[in-house]
Design a protein around this ligand. Structure first.
Ligand code: UT7
Length: 369
């Protein structure tokens, strides 16, 4: 049976930074409180015009370019997100069009902050079954658009960004070795966006009651996370036939430094085996693990043969862990002429997309008569 190997990776972080001091001028909080209770120093926030799709496109292009794979080769695009551009169409379809991934099927996956781990699991199963050869998996979030900037309990936690990986079939001794996923909907009220769906469609009331913003019972989510991370990590390692001693790098969802500390204390993992970039980005939900994975590779913390465990938890409640054996070296720098060709190709894809939009308009106009 082939396994799904990560052959490309990329990320996009919006340039605009919001520091703890900035937040302390917006709500009753302080740099000291935020650092002590969360470990976060700053987060990046999307600018006007930047969305989940635009950030995902940047991360996806980088991942495909690093893998040396043309968008036309992609069979499937899965976007894990809690903040899609629209309820429908899927953000994955917007990315499919912008990349010119003309052969790809595309859908979004909603599993809160566990979304990327869920998406990796689905993608790996598609590759292993032979249904897809090349899959693009993206985690992208614009949480700043659903954050209540007057609520100090939540607004200090979240940030925006995107991460992406490309999966391809490869030999059995590497790639994604095991996935464990779980859910408990009885905890659905602990972390939610109450309005905007079929239960509470947008109305004057939902706006007046600030129901289009994240609501969270932080302490309960905290307790759930500290309990579930070690449990699902052990289950996934057992499924892969490995032990905690085999782990080279542990990449937990970047939600809170104290959650990560609690979990690794339980697992007795040395801190040098744990990746964290929470300080700079805050909690970017489904984007946090792919951004961390991408940065870990860029920093030279992963080499072929290393065992990586990615663990997510979040709204749903959901949780999940992936165990993978890293197989790909850092790609060589791309020569300037090749970079130019890529830019040219994307310019042509943009023109193609524009012409397709025009075609639909013409078709609708004359097709009706
Ligand atoms: O991706 C998954 C999603 N979410 C999470 O993983 C979040 C999990 N939960 C957490 O990370 C933590 O529970 C928080 C960081 C949200 C809160 O930390 P905590 O240590 O659990 O604080 P708390 O909720 O128990 O609040 C302690 C105090 C309260 O004041 P009183 O009632 O003791 O007077 C809060 O009102 O801290 C107050 N507080 C703040 N003070 C200053 C809450 N937020 C702030 C703030 N600045 N930003």
């Amino acid at each position: 049976m082939p396994r799904a190997h990560i052959v490309g990776w990329g990320k996009y972080i919006p340039p605009q930074v919001l520091t703890n001091d900035d937040l302390s001028r917006m709500v009753d909080t302080s740099d000291e409180w935020i650092i002590t209770r969360t470990g976060i120093r700053e987060r990046h926030v999307a600018a006007e015009g930047e969305t989940t799709a635009t950030m995902a496109i940047q991360a996806a292009r980088q991942a495909l370019e690093g893998a040396g794979i043309r968008p036309e080769k992609v069979d499937l695009i899965i976007v894990a997100t809690a903040t899609p551009d629209y309820l429908f169409p899927a953000t994955a379809c917007l990315i499919q069009d912008a990349l010119g991934a003309t052969r790809a099927a595309a859908f979004d996956l909603a599993a809160g902050c566990t979304g990327f781990v869920y998406a990796l699991g689905v993608a790996a199963a598609m590759v292993e079954s032979g249904t897809a050869q090349t899959v693009l998996v993206v985690g992208s979030e614009t949480l700043s658009r659903i954050t209540d900037w007057t609520d100090r309990n939540t607004c200090v936690l979240f940030g925006d960004g995107a991460g992406a990986v490309v999966l391809q079939a490869g030999p059995e001794n590497g790639g994604i070795l095991a996935t464990v996923l779980g859910a408990d909907g009885s905890g659905s009220n602990l972390l939610m966006l109450p309005a905007g769906g079929s239960r509470h469609p947008a109305s004057h009331r939902t706006i007046a009651e600030r129901m289009h913003f994240i609501r969270m019972q932080g302490r309960d989510v905290f307790r759930f996370a500290v309990r579930v991370i070690p449990a699902v990590t052990r289950q996934a390692l057992t499924k892969a036939g490995l032990s905690l001693n085999d782990v080279t790098l542990f990449i937990p969802h970047q939600a809170n430094g104290r959650i990560i500390e609690g979990a690794i204390r339980d697992l007795k993992l040395p801190p040098e085996k744990v990746y964290s970039n929470l300080e700079q980005y805050g909690n970017t939900s489904a984007a946090s693990i792919p951004i961390a994975l991408c940065e870990a590779v860029e920093e030279g913390r992963l080499k072929p043969g290393d065992v990586v465990v990615c663990v997510g938890f979040g709204a749903g409640l959901t949780w999940g862990a992936t165990v993978l054996r890293w197989t790909h070296p850092q790609p060589a720098p791309v020569p300037t002429w090749q970079q130019f060709l890529r830019r040219l190709r994307y310019a042509l894809v943009t023109i193609r997309s524009w012409l397709r939009h025009l075609w639909w308009k013409v078709f609708l106009r004359f097709g009706r008569e």
